[in-house]
Design a protein around this ligand. Structure first.
Ligand SMILES: [Zn+2]
Length: 206
């Protein structure tokens, strides 16, 4: 006869009906002769009462499952709405920030600039503006070697508009050396950044 210890090891498998045919045969043979092991098996039955699920319970379980899924969907939708709102807020803030910076008066830039703002802007833009001046001139073909004269720069501003003045010296094929005082008009579009719309020639010295 198989020892009880071995049968006790097999009993849980037997109870759950997952042991091999050979093991089941051994267990059943043993149980016919051993009351103790039979009792052990019966006590296992008591631990997990196997009974069919009531239809009412099944419906309740389904309803709970549906509610949970619905809750999850609702939570997900809430999350998506929240994320969209945050994104929108960030975009609005960024757009507002950009607009705010763009519309700041020139004074702010000039105030933040330690040295002379006219010189700072002259250094940044004089070459570009001189080129613009020559390109926009009716005498373009006659102008040679145009140069911004350093040290002659002056600047004034009002709101977002800046006026930068300096002398441009060039060789004119007919008139010889010309020094022209030019005032450029710019609109502030970013930190120390201007969009130059036009130039006014103040006076000409030949
Ligand atoms: Zn036994």
């Amino acid at each position: 006869m198989v020892p009880c210890d071995v049968i006790r090891d097999l009993l849980p498998l037997y109870h759950d009906e997952v042991c091999s045919t050979e093991s089941r045969r051994l267990v059943e043979e043993h149980l016919e002769q051993c009351e103790d092991c039979k009792n052990e098996l019966n006590s296992m039955d008591g631990q997990f009462p196997a009974r069919p699920v009531q239809s009412g319970e099944k419906e309740a379980a389904n309803a709970a499952s549906r509610a949970w899924k619905k809750g999850t969907r609702r939570a997900f939708r809430k999350g998506a709405v929240l994320a969209a709102a945050v994104l929108l807020a960030v975009l609005l803030l960024a757009a507002g920030g950009i607009l705010y910076v763009r519309n700041m008066p020139v004074e702010r830039d000039a105030g933040a600039c330690g040295g002379g703002y006219a010189t700072f802007i002259f250094d940044k833009y004089s070459q570009e503006l001189t080129r613009k001046f020559v390109n926009g001139s009716m005498d373009e073909a006659d102008i040679v070697n145009a140069q911004a004269v350093r040290g002659t720069q002056e600047a004034a501003w009002e709101g977002r508009t800046i006026f930068l003045e300096f002398d441009i010296r060039y060789e004119h094929t007919e008139w010889g050396t010309v020094t022209e005082r030019v005032r450029f008009v710019g609109q502030r579009i970013w930190f120390d950044t201007y969009d130059w719309s036009g130039a006014i020639s103040e006076w000409t010295e030949r």
